[in-house]
Design a protein around this ligand. Sequence first.
Ligand SMILES: [Ca+2]
Ligand SMILES: [Ca+2]
Length: 256
Amino acid sequence: MKRIACLFIGTLGWFTLQAAGLLMFDFPGPDPAGDATVPVIEHLAVSPFARVNVGVASQADLFSSSQWTQAGALDPTEYVGFTLEPESGWQLVLDTITWDTSRSSTGPQWGQVALFRNGQSLLTSDPFAITTTLGSQSLDLADFIGDAGDLLEFRFHGWNATGTGNLRLDNVTVNGSLTAIPEPSSLGLMASAALGWLAWRRRGSFVPSLRSASGRGALGFGFGAPALRRCLRQIRLVESSPGSDKRAWTKSRWRV
Ligand SMILES: [Ca+2]
Ligand SMILES: [Ca+2]
């Protein structure tokens, strides 16, 4: 039975946080605090929702904005939105964004959402009709990646208003994951430690060990979060090894 040494599980693989609902703006309570409420996410800088070239419409529990263009096409200078920026050593993978939207009777009848990275457009949604009843929308973000220092920006546009009425947003949710990226120096240290571990094992020392998920016995450096999760799920404790009593933790043998 082939096995691999599985060292420092928490740091050897890329460590991933917040695999699903990463953050949500729900604009709780009356304004101005409601509009200004920002989700706090560790290792990710999140800006407040901002308005660009549209008006403020105060409404509890929603982010409402007025004075959208009445033209029959999107005006790229009018939008509301927010930015995300991963901290040093972290990477953001974007899965989807979902949001609820509606308008007042004279608000914009059409909307569109766009994603930018460092000012460059990555993708835009199809135009969607906005009605006076709150409805849900979503956009697949195609697993776009933001590295540390990248400014990822979401812009919500509205047009074809029939007056100065409002565009409302709520429950703006980004689904994705934040992943810690080991520094090259850390990888070197971990590689050295793993080689030392294998050398010790070949000399007959008794150590905790894991079999690879594939059973091929390959040393799993840098495996991604899914492989790490599979690895952890498959760990189970088996019976003690007779005579191994040098240290408490060496009394048990680990196998995958
Ligand atoms: Ca509000
Ligand atoms: Ca709300």
